[in-house]
Design a protein around this ligand. Structure first.
Ligand code: G3H
Length: 258
């Protein structure tokens, strides 16, 4: 039975990767909506993938925030070797999350768990454009922005559009606009409709979606039956080098209707 299960999962992984046209899907049994253990397993799988994929030398890893990312970070372990150095940076400036799940916090936890380094990006949410422009001239901020622009790895999650917009306290007007545009998925502060088209972008500094097309190592971590639609929408147009780490519940729900 165990062999059947393993081969079954292998087939499911290949079907999903082929369907999205991406390099690789890694699927863990269960449903992360209902089982905390499944999210912990995402952390172990991500660690394994990073350990095997990240090249020797200097790596710059840009990470996004969210509850999945925060939980995954806690479940990473040592990655460094004497000739591999990993620097974690937040992928984009604050997009309205609570402090413990902000990209800054997640990248610091990832660095500490893996014995890497990190740099934080301290740019407040609400600023006049004059203040913002002068802040961007600050050497400490420029240093981090330069690191972000040189990232060779990105780690992010995928969320449900309206849920994320509400959690990040976007205005009623913005929520209405997202509904009218049929936004179903959110990632990197970008919102996507069911066809995977961008319908809105939270204007923040840091990595933009077009920048990640050229980044060799991209890991998307998201699961749970409730996120199937969001994962489906985002992954349709995701960069082809993306590895998706997800669970059986999301995978089955995505492939069900095909
Ligand atoms: O961009 C997507 C969100 O970060 C996902 O958030 O992991 O809390 O569902 P979540």
């Amino acid at each position: 039975h165990l062999m059947d299960q393993l081969f079954g999962m292998d087939r499911l992984e290949r079907r999903l990767a082929d369907y999205f046209g991406i390099s690789r899907c890694i699927i863990t049994p269960g449903d992360s909506d209902r089982q905390e253990k499944v999210i912990e397993e995402f952390g172990h799988l991500l660690w394994d993938a990073l350990n095997k994929q990240l090249p020797i030398g200097e790596n710059i890893i840009a990470v996004m925030g969210g509850t999945t990312m925060a939980n995954v970070a806690e479940n990473l372990s040592i990655l460094e070797t004497h000739n591999r150095h990993n620097m974690f940076v937040p992928a984009r400036g604050g997009i309205g999350e609570y402090v413990n799940v902000q990209a800054n916090s997640v990248s610091a936890v990832m660095a500490m768990r893996t014995r890497g380094n990190y740099r934080s990006l301290f740019v407040p949410e609400q600023l006049s454009s004059a203040t913002y422009d002068s802040l961007l001239q600050e050497p400490s901020i420029l240093e981090v922005l330069n690191l972000i622009s040189e990232a060779n790895c990105v780690i992010h999650s995928i969320g449900r559009a309206i849920h994320m917009a509400a959690r990040r306290k976007m205005t009623e007007k913005e929520l209405l606009m997202l509904k009218q545009k049929n936004a179903v998925a959110e990632s990197f502060g970008y919102f996507f409709n069911e066809s995977g088209e961008i319908v809105y972008r939270i204007p923040r500094i840091g990595l933009q979606l077009k920048d990640i097309l050229n980044i060799p190592y991209i890991f998307a971590v998201a699961g749970g039956k409730s996120k199937a639609k969001a994962i489906h929408a985002y992954m349709k147009n995701a960069p082809k080098q993306t590895w998706l780490i997800t669970d059986e519940a999301a995978a089955n729900e995505i492939l069900k209707g095909l």
